[in-house]
Design a protein around this ligand. Structure first.
Ligand code: FPP
Length: 248
C-alpha cells in the first residue's frame, strides 16, 4: 500500500483572528496573539507530516491601511515572534524566508528578518515562508520590472521573455508551487495571495477561524487533498498512472 499523498507545499491565508477576538469581547490584537499560537501548531503539524514548505500570509500590502493601533499591535507581535521563535525554528530545521516589500517595515524588524534568514539559510527540513507586506500583483509587477531591466541592460531579449523567465523572477522561484491552499475564516477568495504560483494549486476553504486551527482541522484538509485528481489541464485518462496525477 502506498501512503496517501501529502502536499509538498502548503499555502495558507490565516483569516478570522479579529472575529475570534470579537466573539470573546476582546480587542482584535488578542485574536492575532491567539493566531500566533495557531501558527506554532501549524508548523509542528507540517514537521510531523513531512510537508516540505509552508507559506503563511501574515500581512498583506493592503493591511497597512488598517487602524494604526492594530497595525502597531501586529508589528509588536511580529517583532516579538522574531525575537522569541527563530532559535527554536532553527533547531527544528526550518529555513525562514520573508517575501513582500520588507522595506516598508521598521529597521528593527527588517534586521531581525535578515538575521533569521541568514541563521536558517542551510536548513532543509521545512521551508517556512512568511508573506509580509506581500501582494500577488506586486510580486508579478516586480518580476516584470526585473525582466525589463535585464532587457534594457542587454542581458535578455524581449523574445526570451516567457513563462519560465518570468517564473524565475517571482518570489519562491526556487521552491515547488503550492500544492494545497487553505483559507480559514469562511471567505471564498484568494485575496491577492500567490496569484502566479497558485495557477494549479488545489483550494480548500473552511469556516473555522484561524486561532481555532489545530492538527485535526489541518488533517481534514490533507485528507480532502488526497482525494483530488490533479490534471494540470490534461484529461483524466492521460493522468491515470502518470506520476503527476497525485503528487507523492
Ligand atoms: C487575518 O485575520 C489575519 C491577519 C491580517 C494577521 C495574521 C497574523 C497572525 C496569524 C499573527 C502571527 C503571525 C506570525 C507569522 C507570527 P483578520 O484580522 O482579517 O480577521 P477577521 O477577518 O476576523 O477580522
Amino acid at each position: 500500500m502506498t501512503a496517501p499523498p501529502v502536499p509538498h507545499h502548503l499555502a495558507i491565508i490565516m483569516d478570522g483572528n479579529g472575529r475570534w477576538a470579537q466573539q470573546r469581547h476582546r480587542p482584535r490584537i488578542i485574536g492575532h496573539r491567539a493566531g500566533a499560537r495557531a501558527v506554532k501548531r501549524c508548523v509542528e503539524f507540517c514537521l510531523q507530516r513531512g510537508i516540505g514548505a509552508l507559506t503563511l500570509f501574515a500581512f498583506s500590502s493592503e493591511n497597512w491601511s488598517r487602524p494604526a493601533e492594530e497595525v502597531g499591535g501586529l508589528m509588536k507581535l511580529f517583532l516579538g515572534a522574531l525575537e522569541r521563535e527563530v532559535e527554536e525554528l532553527h533547531r527544528l530545521g526550518a529555513q525562514l524566508r520573508f517575501i513582500g516589500e520588507r522595506g516598508r517595515f521598521d529597521a528593527s524588524i527588517q534586521a531581525r528578518m535578515q538575521a533569521a534568514e541568514t541563521l536558517t539559510a542551510r536548513n532543509t527540513r521545512l521551508y517556512l515562508n512568511i508573506a509580509a507586506s506581500y501582494g500577488g500583483r506586486q510580486d508579478i509587477a516586480q518580476a516584470a520590472r526585473a525582466l525589463a531591466e535585464d532587457v534594457a541592460a542587454g542581458r535578455l531579449t524581449a523574445a526570451q521573455i516567457d513563462e519560465d523567465t518570468l517564473s524565475a523572477r517571482m518570489a519562491l522561484a526556487d521552491q515547488p508551487a503550492p500544492d494545497l491552499f487553505i483559507r480559514t475564516g469562511g471567505e471564498l477568495r484568494i485575496s491577492n495571495f500567490l496569484l502566479w504560483q497558485m495557477a494549479y494549486t488545489e483550494l480548500w476553504f473552511t469556516d473555522a477561524l484561524w486561532p481555532d486551527v489545530d492538527a485535526t482541522l489541518l488533517q481534514a484538509a490533507l485528507d480532502d487533498y488526497a482525494t483530488r485528481e490533479r490534471r494540470f489541464g490534461l484529461t483524466s485518462a492521460q493522468i491515470k498512472g502518470s506520476p503527476i496525477g497525485k503528487t507523492p
